[in-house]
Design a binder for this molecule. Structure first.
Ligand SMILES: [Fe+2]
Length: 226
């Protein structure tokens, strides 16, 4: 049986968000307040999700590994010091650009964002196999499930929704059916409907049809609203 992967889905969502905001920053017209405001909202969302995820890793996922082998985070070289230092510096540049928008400040922030995206993408790619291989080798499925429940309990409805916006278009048919099927089983009906609305907005017609076919296969008696 396939074991729970605590990182792959959220990392796909964050990669999509980072690449999307990087493209949007390059396309922003810094003389147009509406264009700047749209980038501001997108950047705050993506930066907030990256910080939140790193905090979950530090306090729950790496903490679980540390109970098995003290010092393992440092041993694997998976800490967040570099990513967080670059993110803080980038936030300062964006704050300055959003406070007094002009093309020069905007370009400085854009270049720094491209560097940060490279750092973060490399970090995710190094961290994902290093952490999950160690988790699977040293933790039981029950310990992994308790860890997931603990950090999921901290996620607000707003953060869930922002994550769904990035995760649904960034994952495979199978993964998104698994995520949305889990939401149907556990989230309030209004939240589940909101997630279906996100899918309808972010997927192509063929992706959406495949999703509904898989959801119907999972629970034919619970035909989903289209
Ligand atoms: Fe990380």
């Amino acid at each position: 049986m396939q074991r729970d992967d605590l990182l792959i889905l959220i990392h796909k969502a964050l990669r999509h968000g980072l690449l999307q905001v990087t493209q949007e920053a390059g396309a922003t017209d810094w003389d147009d307040p509406e264009s700047v405001e749209a980038l501001h909202r997108r950047w705050d969302t993506v930066a907030g999700l990256i910080r939140s995820h790193a905090s979950h890793e530090d306090r729950y996922i790496f903490a679980l590994l540390e109970t098995k082998q003290p010092g393992v985070t440092q041993l694997l070289g998976i800490g967040h010091d570099r990513v967080e230092a670059e993110l803080d510096a980038l936030d300062d540049l964006f704050d300055a650009a959003f406070a007094a928008p002009d093309p020069s400040r905007g370009h400085d922030a854009y270049l720094a964002l491209t560097r940060f995206a490279a750092t973060a993408l490399a970090h995710f790619a190094d961290e994902e196999p290093a952490v999950m291989d160690r988790i699977w080798a040293t933790c039981t499925d029950e310990e992994i499930a308790v860890c997931r429940v603990a950090f999921m309990a901290e996620i607000t409805p707003e953060e869930s929704l922002a994550t769904a916006e990035l995760m649904i278009p960034a994952t495979s048919h199978q993964e998104r059916a698994q995520v949305i099927g889990a939401a149907r089983a556990s989230a309030p009906p209004a939240m589940f409907q909101t997630i279906l609305d996100v899918a309808a907005r972010t997927l192509s017609p063929s992706q959406l049809a495949a999703l509904h076919a898989r959801l119907d296969e999972q629970a034919p008696s619970l035909a989903t609203a289209r």
